[in-house]
Design a protein. Structure first.
Length: 191
């Protein structure tokens, strides 16, 4: 999912005004989140979040399709709001996640769809399975950060994943196989 965030950042940057050369932006881990939701037995909408990602975007404003994004984060950085649910998600029914297991996203292509929108296509690796995913991204803003006094970019993206595609489909269809993912990312121009 973190890879998804990076891909979103790249897409957003691609929709920004052109610059002379590709520039590297790094994710601001303190202001970047991935939220996922799923249907729980028809009674409620379950939610969780990942934060604290690492990643960078190589952004070419003159040729946005030539940009790229890479993101990663530990599976165990998941927040569920209830320790017993987290423990269940990390156990054998779902991730069976080791302390060092990572989620990664590497973009493979970008399709600019509007002045500040794009589709970011990339490989998401989750639970030792790699699948192609598409992020529907929107550039929120590019400019000088008022506190950091450096170039900054912010963007949102959405996608839908099937848990079963990544080997974590326990209890489907009662607990929905389909998971909605929303990303919100900030990235700063690298020093």
């Amino acid at each position: 999912m973190k890879n998804l965030l990076c891909a979103t950042a790249l897409l957003m940057a691609a929709a920004a005004p052109a610059l002379a050369a590709p520039e590297t932006y790094v994710l601001d881990a303190s202001h970047s989140q991935i939220v996922f939701t799923y249907n729980h037995l028809g009674y409620s909408t379950g939610m969780g979040m990942f934060s604290g990602f690492e990643g960078e975007i190589a952004f070419d404003q003159e040729d946005p399709a030539a940009s790229s994004v890479n993101v990663s984060f530990p599976v165990r950085s998941m927040l569920t709001g209830w320790e017993a649910r987290f423990d269940h998600f990390m156990a054998g029914d779902f991730f069976d996640a080791a302390d060092d297991e990572m989620v990664t996203f590497t973009s493979t292509g970008i399709e600019v769809t509007g002045d500040n929108t794009a589709l970011i296509i990339g490989d998401l690796t989750l639970n030792d399975v790699t699948k192609s995913v598409v992020l529907d991204a929107t550039l929120n803003q590019v400019g000088t950060h008022p506190m950091a006094n450096k170039a900054w970019a912010g963007f949102d993206a959405t996608t839908t994943l099937l848990r079963s595609d990544f080997g974590v489909g326990a209890f489907a269809p009662h607990v929905s196989d389909e998971v909605s993912v929303t990303l919100s990312i900030e990235a700063m121009k690298a020093e």
